[in-house]
Design a protein around this ligand. Sequence first.
Ligand SMILES: NC(=O)c1ccc[n+]([C@@H]2O[C@H](COP(=O)([O-])OP(=O)(O)OC[C@H]3O[C@@H](n4cnc5c(N)ncnc54)[C@H](O)[C@@H]3O)[C@@H](O)[C@H]2O)c1
Length: 444
Amino acid sequence: MNITIIGTGYVGLVSGACFSEFGFNVTCIDKDKNKIDSLKEGVIPIYEPSLEDLVKKNMTAKRLSFSTNLCDVFKDSNAIFIAVGTPTNLNNNKADLKYIYDVIREIADLIELNDNPKLLVTKSTVPVGTGKEIESYILNYRTELKVGKHFEVASNPEFLREGSAIEDFMRPDRVICGVESAFAKSILQTLYRPLNLRETPILFSKRETAELIKYASNGFLATKITFINEMADICEKVGADVQEVAKGIGLDGRIGSKFLHPGPGFGGSCFPKDTRALAEIGKEFKARTKLIETVINVNEARKINMVKKIKKAIGVLDKKTISILGLTFKPNTDDVRESPSLVIVPELLKLTKNINVYDPAGMPNAKKMIEFKGVTWKENTFSCIANTDALVIITEWNEFRALDLNKVKEALNEPIIIDLRNIYKHDLMVEAGIKYISVGRGSI
Ligand SMILES: NC(=O)c1ccc[n+]([C@@H]2O[C@H](COP(=O)([O-])OP(=O)(O)OC[C@H]3O[C@@H](n4cnc5c(N)ncnc54)[C@H](O)[C@@H]3O)[C@@H](O)[C@H]2O)c1
């Protein structure tokens, strides 16, 4: 079985490496020549634990290769996965499908009339109905082609999380496949057969159902985070502890304990854009998702509220220097897309020009972003903290979790820590003589 994956980003590269680890021949395609050139040299363009070893192992075994040229591998491909980005279209908040349709035209041009049918699989997160639209688009674009005889379109949304992407792909909770024929089903069954050993549920459904499952999952998780964030706000007013509330409700099997960690609001390359797209899908089909619309608004407001919280803790900021630890939207990734830091840092820069920042993996990406213009980049935790008037923790990287608090206190001009991820215990900070403000634990 030969697989081609178009779009070699977080999803495409991880999927390609994992499918090749399953034993299939995989070619990952990207239009970014620099990315493909460095991958051919074994240099991984993203930070993702264990990915480098997996890529190198399968390149050496000649099961995984990289190219910018789809036409070199198209003829021999049984399944072509599309894993390009689907960012928010800023004009209408819907998912922007321009990268998807660039790829579809390229594919449609390469389909040969006397060849076996090609299975096109959308792994990108795409609005409900996109599979059907892709089919119609290709039929209009090349009127001599027929569905079933020359091509088919299936949906196989991806649920991996950056930071644990390999584990998520190799040991998923479930695999979702939206298919319209036995042909599509049999190819996807073959590709995911290696997961049978672990009895991973592989759900087959209509394409539209599979497409909606992806948005419904992200919408639900974003709602869960937003819910606990609101509970954290109540806790701060009434003197309750949100972590105990989360534990207390999470032990209820109907609720579950995951995704009940309060913080500065959700971010990343998926939740913000997928909730916006879901809200727009609801509007388009006259089935408004007012809950999701509210989640989006509450989450946006939360990032600004975090700035107010920091201001309240530190006081007048214009003569102060602040250190910030963590810029990525979560630990173990270099991804800063829609990270809360992209709102919090520029808002703080309006109040003081003196901001030191450090992130273990996110700084190369962050340095490209206008939002961080004016900050002072630091090479490690303590050079970031040294001689600053307060420390703000935005991302819960492991290396920030067990800092020597005496050393931190010595390094700071004033011993104030605003921990937006609740990685420390209040008592420990009191003991160390540090003023400690966290989220939803009765402090501020
Ligand atoms: N990142 C995640 O954690 C995650 C998880 C689940 C689903 N998804 C979804 O998967 C999709 C991809 O996300 P990502 O984070 O991997 O994106 P990404 O931006 O990291 O990668 C996309 C890649 O596609 C390439 N590309 C764009 N147009 C191309 C073309 N015409 N031909 C070849 N290559 C092209 C880009 O150069 C880029 O390398 C999105 O729809 C996203 O919502 C992402």
